[in-house]
Design a protein around this ligand. Sequence first.
Ligand code: SF4
Length: 381
Amino acid sequence: MRNAEFHCQLVRVRFPPVHLYVHVPLCERRCSYCDFSIAVRKRIPASDYVGTILKEADGTALSGLETIYLGGGTPSLLPANAIQRLLHELTERFRISHSAFPIEVTLEANPEDVTPTNARAWAAAGINRVSLGAQSFDDTVLKWMHRSHGAARIGAAMHALRGAGIENISLDLIFALPEELHRDWERDLDMALALRPNHLSLYGLTVEPRTPLDRWISRGATHAPDDDRYAEEYLFAHERLSVFGYQFYEVSNAALPGFRSRHNSAYWSGKPYVGLGPAAHSFDGTTRRWNVRAWEAYRRAIAEGRSAVESEETLTEDQKELEAIYLGLRTVEGLPLAALRRLPPPFAAQGWIEVSADRVKCTPEGWLRLDSLAMHTESQQ
Ligand code: SF4
């Protein structure tokens, strides 16, 4: 269903627009660095999955969608007709916010799933933004990561998406890889820029417990990511991307003008969101709830008519304030100066934060130290 076709479902809603995240936990294999909530399956239980999500949706009260984000896992492993049914049924139930039209509908996709046929079907189902898990343009690196695509698939995927009319494309890249891989970060960035995506998400490699990468490091088969390399590659990306007209509007995300992710921006501005699926989080502005992580446990709970919520936390006023500071500092807009009771001295002196008449924001060097800045702020409360 295209956005134009969504039009027939528009309703005037009095609630603020809602951002809906749907977690698709299915993957064909586990990447070497990944600790996400996934279920590795050779055969994709698409009908079971969609039916379970819709059953959870039936017990969820909300109205007036502004964005839908199918994340994972690997949502692009779902057959196109399952994606179409999912989006159709979700928009039937939750409706689309009149003020938010056209809504943003994102699909996370792995390059190997993007064929011209799939891309056309996704566009017909209403997908108007694709976040492509490129990670690197170096086949050796992709193999080390246990990715199932080769570098050549990335350009072919973008071509197929554009051919289907999906112009709003984001590429994910991972930086700060172990030195022994001899990954050429400049080359990878230039390969990405040559494809002219509207948006880039850059993530530094982290070592999560119990991942293959963690085990390789424990037995000395590879090295942990290096802090200096992390800083060097992060700052290099800022320089290179700004030359090509991209703005880092958040610590890990850069976009051409007009192509910021509306869905992710809602998280960073503290807006309410609703999550469906295993491990999905929801937030109403005060209370955060999250579902059980494992697909089978989630599926069983929903099938038995039980809540899939594993736990929840209600933020105190102080916690809300701290969270707003942390989220604000992640973005290029920063914070109103008045939100910080005192500027942490080392950060101001080192040029890690910039202060204008009434706002304070991180420089790229400051973003490298965001956690430390947030801790300083916390100690002042
Ligand atoms: S495709 Fe994504 S979610 Fe699946 S294993 Fe790889 S990194 Fe994790």
